[in-house]
Design a protein around this ligand. Structure first.
Ligand code: CA
Length: 225
């Protein structure tokens, strides 16, 4: 699960990142609305934690922009503003939860887990990393707007990588998930299929998105070096 924290208070952002990492989340932190929009273009997030008063604008405006882009991941507002007008405005803008500062980290984490449990019901159907796009309803894949034909197994493998963007998936995890079998005797199949995917989605495009993490496995991540 990948979480984006948007918070301009350095100390609080540090606490959020440490706490979420400690609970096993992949987490990115940004301090402005502009950076948040850029980051959302790059990565698939399962949840956004959003402060309302940001140096370059309001979190509410950012939330509206996110919803206009048809991105449906849960958004939890974290703010010093506890008045009912602000709550109404933000829920109407598409917030899923609202927590006022000061808050207890334990309560924040309970809410994060509760929102993520609902995840599948409100999950984004269109996943995007850079200019690679996967539609989970139609099972269509596009890169730079160009339609890419994948076999069912190739599609499943790419979707699995997408849903764990930025995380390394081992060969055994991939085999168990995609081939529904144990790892025994299937050592090479993952490498073969990753090869097919690379040929179709990375050849002739930049940046390369499928990374080999030596000794560990593979990941979909434009940032991983
Ligand atoms: Ca703030």
């Amino acid at each position: 699960m990948r979480v984006l924290a948007v918070e301009d208070e350095d100390r609080l952002l540090g606490i959020l990142l440490r706490t979420l990492k400690g609970e096993g989340f992949s987490v990115d932190g940004v301090t402005t609305a502009h950076e948040a929009l850029e980051q959302i273009k790059l990565c698939h997030y399962d949840l956004i934690i959003l402060d309302l008063q940001l140096p370059d604008g309001s979190g509410t405006t950012l939330l509206r922009q996110i919803r206009q882009q048809q991105r449906k991941m849960p958004v939890l507002i974290l703010t010093a503003r506890g008045d009912i007008d602000s709550k109404i405005e933000n829920f109407e803008a598409g917030a899923d939860d609202y927590l006022t500062k000061p808050f207890a980290l334990a309560e924040l984490m309970i809410r994060v887990h509760a929102l993520l449990r609902r995840g599948p019901l409100i999950q984004d159907n269109i996943l995007k990393v850079e200019n690679l796009e996967l539609n989970r309803l139609t099972r269509q894949v596009r890169r730079g707007g160009k339609r890419i034909e994948l076999s069912p197994k190739e599609y499943s493998l790419l979707e699995y990588l997408f849903l764990h963007t930025g995380r390394t998936l081992s060969r055994s995890m991939i085999v168990e998930r995609i081939w529904d079998q144990s790892f025994e005797g299937l050592t090479n199949i993952v490498d073969v299929y990753i090869g097919h995917l690379r040929h179709k989605i990375d050849e002739g495009f930049e940046p390369k998105l499928i990374r080999t993490v030596r000794g560990l496995g593979y990941s979909l991540d434009p940032h991983l070096k």
